[in-house]
Design a protein around this ligand. Structure first.
Ligand SMILES: Nc1ncnc2c1ncn2[C@@H]1O[C@H](COP(=O)(O)OP(=O)(O)OP(=O)(O)O)[C@@H](O)[C@H]1O
Ligand SMILES: [Mg+2]
Length: 275
């Protein structure tokens, strides 16, 4: 087999995926391929959006990069090291809010630091700093159930930022929010991202979200997920969602997605027919 001409992996690469595949339940009757031959290079400070139909392996890829799961084939690297497990340098924000209801907002925000064994004083200072960055200074002593959905997701972002990650992995973090709140959260995220210098890998189903956020949009095929194409986005920020460039990109991404969603539906119907 002829190997692909990749550039050497360097400590300057925020994330590198080389020929990455993932088979869930490998070696059993229930084995199935979730990802195949994924090659992706992410530079420091880059904003990548992962777009693809349900079940194509977007979350799986984030888990591999986070080090929560091991790849079945290929390699995942981050800043010159092979990813072998979780690291505070790579923070994952899940789709569902995952705050601890019995802790205050401040304790939630600094939770990672308590695992690291930092003092109460240091945790309180860090919590204050990150909550200020997400505009929630006043909420530090509240409990999560006293906050709105958007505020809770901001605390989740604050908790991830408290670890000062170099790579922020976000799995549909705003999916449960209404359209207006989601738009506000996108603006807020862009501000935080600019200040942090972190690379972001952001999963979404929403084409509008990709248009609003991405430096590059990685479009996946339906299962098993492969990269169908990578679309660079050259629209200056702040972006007007109604500009002709945004409209053109939306159309391009819609067409790329349409085929894949049709394929994914056909596959599910075929499976249902044989069940
Ligand atoms: N822990 C697991 N064990 C077995 N199979 C899994 C596991 N997690 C995911 N899968 C399967 O792997 C495939 C990819 O799942 P994944 O959650 O990565 O998709 P996704 O692109 O994030 O989908 P969605 O957009 O619906 O969140 C799916 O077929 C799913 O059923
Ligand atoms: Mg998912």
């Amino acid at each position: 087999m002829v190997s692909k001409p990749f550039k050497p992996i360097s400590s300057q690469d925020a994330v590198v995926c080389r020929n990455v595949s993932k088979v869930w339940a490998e070696g059993t009757k229930r084995a199935h391929v979730a990802l195949r031959d994924v090659d992706l290079d992410v530079t420091p400070g880059e904003f990548i959006v992962l777009l693809g139909p349900s079940g194509c392996g977007k979350s799986t890829l984030l888990y591999l990069i986070a080090g929560l799961e091991r790849e079945s084939g290929g390699e995942v690297w981050s800043f010159g090291d092979r990813v072998a497990g979780p690291s505070p340098e790579r923070s994952l924000i899940f789709q569902e809010t995952s705050l601890f209801p019995w802790l205050t907002v401040g304790q939630n925000a600094s939770f990672g630091l308590s695992i690291r064994g930092e003092s109460v004083g240091a945790r309180r200072t860090a919590a204050r700093e990150v909550l200020a960055r997400v505009g929630l200074t006043e909420a530090i002593d509240k409990r999560p159930d006293e906050l709105s959905g958007g505020m809770r997701q901001r605390v989740a972002v604050a908790r991830a930022l408290a670890m000062r990650p170099k790579v922020l992995l976000m799995d549909e973090p705003f999916a449960a929010l209404d359209v207006q709140t989601r738009a506000k959260m996108q603006d807020f995220l862009l501000d935080v991202w600019r200040d942090s210098g972190a690379s972001v890998l952001f999963v979404t189903h929403h084409i509008d979200e990709a248009v609003a956020l991405a430096d590059r949009v990685v479009v996946f095929t339906s299962r098993p997920g492969r990269i169908k194409t990578i679309v660079p986005v050259d629209i200056p920020r702040p972006r007007d969602p109604f500009s002709p460039e945004a409209e053109l990109l939306r159309r391009q991404l819609t067409e790329l997605m349409r085929d894949e969603v049709d394929r994914a539906f056909a596959e599910q119907e075929a499976l249902a027919a044989t069940a």
